[in-house]
Write a protein that binds this ligand. Sequence first.
Ligand code: F6R
Length: 261
Amino acid sequence: MEVIIQKDARSAAVLVAKLIVKELTAKPALVLGLATGRTMESVYGELIRLYEDEGLDFSLCRTFNLDEYVGLAPDDPHSYRHFMNVHLFDHINIDKRNTHVPNGLAGNLDRECADYERAIAECGGIDLQLLGIGTDGHIGFNEPLSALRSRTREKALTPATIIQNSKYFDSPDQMPKRGITMGVGTILESRSCILLATGADKASIVAKAVEGPITAMVSASALQLHPHCRIVVDEAAASRLQGTDYYRWIFQNEPEWAEFR
Ligand code: F6R
């Protein structure tokens, strides 16, 4: 695991976009795992800018989103499919047939989850998984006590997640209480992953996930087991970490980061 601290949320998002560009350029048919949420909006904004200004090519890229609300149709303005269309897919040259988001309206949710896992495997697995983190430590909708080997499944959301996300709904009652999510085990199988966290409200959970014990109580702590995981944070989200001198030293001195300094 490497922790990269950037001065503000904007620089952190731009760095994540550059890391995605590097992998997409090296492998145009990249299998990219995507997340939704406030933190991702500026990453997607930067990818759109790079498509418009620099011709970044998504034509062969395949994507799999982490999660979706149960009970929302793809065209529901609160669905994650809609979020992805509005914040990224509608603005770049991706083939929408190559974009995958779990179907929250599936009649048989267990089958939907198994099919989602199969589709990921048929694409050869996820090359690069993008992640945010919830204030309860969730990645995707893997709420506390999610099994560290869990696969894509239906999951009840915690009160913390319902509070965190209900601000996007007209009233908290409209917020779905269940989601479909890739499992922690599914995420750990990605070849590489990047977790982006910004803002002071994420500082405490970032410190637990990165420097605390691996525990199912903090799903993101399982990323300590991932062979190639980068945590990108701004100063505010890094403010509770203990090892910041070392993390800064790595970014300033390790050759792999030279092109990003
Ligand atoms: C959503 C997802 C979630 C979010 C997390 C942070 O697809 O994977 O784990 O990344 O809830 O959300 P924001 O960025 O809104 O704080």
